[in-house]
Design a protein around this ligand. Structure first.
Ligand SMILES: [Zn+2]
Length: 221
């Protein structure tokens, strides 16, 4: 897996200090500064401590199967702000190189909030997932136009959420994490008509990525 984070600290120096402090027991394979500087902190062959208590596709020991990239941003606690162009260009280049070395499928490229929705919000709603998907990194289907109100099939929406890979220990945080990544216009943890429609098109894209051909939104079954 490839797990993207923001540092959520005041600046890059504070983040680097913490990631290099053995007592902190946190680490990541890479850190990308706002000016695009990339630090390699842990060899890719080694396990880093970045995912914490987390879950994706029913799998739980994610540090053992993932590469973690920390992207410098103060985060929601210290003043969340857009990711700089030079930084995004570096993230894109780094992720592309990682994917050349490791056959990580699109459905296993995630944000920290996706795998730990009850604890984490990173890299957050300002992160440019569409740009990365355009570069072949992760999955972000173009959203189709959907009316803001309409009937919602709650059961189907939760099934779609699980198909994508979210673990449903708690529903609202998982929906919120999904919205942060795939429907950032409104992040409230509520399965409204647009969220339900977005869930369905995203799960179809994830299902295609897995090669299963299962798409609950298509009549073919
Ligand atoms: Zn994180």
């Amino acid at each position: 897996m490839l797990v993207l984070h923001y540092t959520g600290m005041r600046d890059a120096t504070a983040a680097l200090d913490r990631l290099c402090d053995p007592a902190a027991r946190v680490s990541a394979h890479y850190l990308v500064e706002e000016d695009g500087t990339i630090w390699r902190l842990v060899p890719e062959s080694r396990r880093a401590f970045h995912a914490g208590v987390s879950c994706w596709e029913g799998e739980r020991d994610l540090n053992s199967v993932s590469i973690g990239v920390e992207i410098v941003n103060p985060g929601h606690e210290w003043g969340y702000r857009p990711f700089a162009e030079a930084q995004m260009a570096a993230v894109e280049r780094l992720c592309r190189e990682i994917l050349q070395r490791h056959p990580i499928p699109g459905h296993r490229v995630v944000g920290h909030a996706d795998i730990a929705p009850e604890r984490k919000t990173d890299p957050g709603e300002l992160f440019d997932w569409p740009r990365l998907a355009g570069a072949g990194i992760g999955i972000w289907p173009e959203p189709s136009a959907v009316p803001s109100s309409g009937p919602v099939d709650h059961t189907q929406a939760l099934a779609d959420l699980a198909t994508i890979g979210y673990c449903l220990a708690a529903e609202t945080p998982a929906i919120t994490a999904f919205q942060r990544r795939f429907r950032p216009a409104r992040i409230d943890g509520v399965i409204d008509n647009q969220t339900a429609a977005r869930l369905n098109e995203v799960q179809a894209a994830f299902a295609r990525s897995r090669g299963s051909g299962i798409s609950s939104g298509s009549p073919s079954g």
